[in-house]
Design a binder for this molecule. Structure first.
Ligand SMILES: [Zn+2]
Length: 380
């Protein structure tokens, strides 16, 4: 993957390129950011740049043997560690990342490295389990590093989601990070660096990957989906600089899914400010019947609508990203949202979403959630 294939992020790219060109290659780096913003593609582009034998114009050549093998994730000196779990596909009870390399390559090729944890778990068929990085895996890392590099200048170990490491795995990794191995790079790619051990954080150099800028996203969306100027701009803003969110929004527009989440939000809020408890229970039952990912998307969408309503209430119309029916509803709904309840409401949504993600009983979670929300929504 060449830097030019990574969407936007020009300042991160030039910082990375400058580092290599000036001979400053830190042995442990932490690429942190939302999965839809390109931290993983950037890490791979960096690995390719470092090992390219014909770098030019601030990018790898894409043609030398090293570039070709890295682009296919098939270079003998490029290793991956990512969360996995036992499943029928691995054929092993103690699987490590290598058991899932075919699926990893496939998903990477299909998405150019823009994928998140749920997409990965779907690809390896463990939607209902949490992936982990085990001690076993960490031992495997040490074994691989003990070989001399086969052909590249740098051996590269990309660890995707190090926050999923078990404690023993983290401690093993820490030992490796404490003593740099010659010509070996550790590229950690995290979406929740705050969850990493402070000792690991202190031994890595952080590369913060921000959200994709609106103009970059707009350009990408009009090329990829053929959206017109205004539509591309709206989608780029609604996505908040997150490519996966943009793809979902566009997909949702096609399938009417966004409409479903919006309708559910409107129903919930109407029932709440009218104190219709019996109907709230019915609402909870309907919402509980949605799929797990759908429920999570409903919460994400509702948090967005709540925040926008709060902005409207605070008179910040100019930075409101709503339009059409959403704007109409949220304008009417804004008086119910203020300093007294915006934070508890968002917290309640995040909590319920996390409980759903952890396989909490949907009916219990949604019922408790709906009743809590209704208590928080009162006319002021
Ligand atoms: Zn090359």
């Amino acid at each position: 993957m060449r830097f030019r294939e990574v969407i936007g992020q020009e300042s991160v790219k030039s910082m990375l390129v400058r580092g290599v060109d000036e001979g400053r290659v830190s042995h442990a780096q932490l690429f942190s950011g939302e999965p839809g913003c390109g931290a993983l593609p950037l890490a791979l582009a960096y690995a390719q740049y470092v090992n390219c034998t014909a770098r030019h114009d601030g990018d790898s050549c894409g043609e030398c043997p090293s570039c070709r093998k890295i682009a296919q994730l098939a270079h003998p000196d490029l290793h991956f560690v990512f969360p996995v779990n036992s499943s029928s596909k691995s054929g092993s009870t103690k699987p490590t990342s290598d058991n899932f390399l075919p699926q990893w390559r496939e998903l990477f090729a299909a998405t150019n490295g823009y994928f998140d944890e749920p997409m990965w778990y779907t690809a390896i068929n463990i939607e209902n389990q949490q992936g982990i990085i085990t001690r076993n895996e960490a031992d495997e890392v040490i074994r691989k590093l003990s070989f001399k590099s086969f052909e590249a200048e740098y051996k590269v170990m990309i660890v995707w989601l190090p926050e999923r490491m078990r404690t023993e795995a983290a401690n093993t990794l820490l030992k490796i990070l404490e003593e740099p191995w010659e010509k070996t790079l550790f590229l950690l790619v995290s979406q929740a660096p705050a969850k990493l051990l402070p000792t690991i954080l202190s031994r890595t150099q952080e590369v913060v990957v921000p959200r994709i800028s609106i103009p970059d996203m707009e350009r990408y969306l009009s090329q990829k989906y053929g959206l017109g100027g205004e539509q591309a701009n709206t989608m780029a803003r609604l996505s908040g600089g997150d490519l996966l969110e943009a793809a979902r929004l566009i997909q949702g527009e096609k399938e009417g899914a966004t409409q479903l989440y919006f309708d559910l939000f409107v129903q919930l809020m109407r029932l709440s400010y009218n104190d219709r408890h019996m109907e709230l229970l019915e609402w909870a039952e309907n919402a509980a019947a949605l799929g797990r990912e759908e429920k999570k998307r409903f919460f994400a969408n509702s948090i967005r609508l709540l925040r926008e309503s709060y902005m409207l209430h605070a008179g910040m119309q100019n930075i409101c990203y709503l339009w059409g029916p959403e704007l109409d509803f949220c304008k009417k709904f804004a008086p119910f949202i203020g300093n007294h309840n915006i934070e508890p409401l968002v917290r309640e949504m995040e909590l319920a979403s996390a409980q759903i993600a952890q396989n909490g009983n949907p009916k219990i979670v949604m019922t408790h959630f709906a009743l809590t929300v209704s208590k928080l929504i009162v006319r002021i």
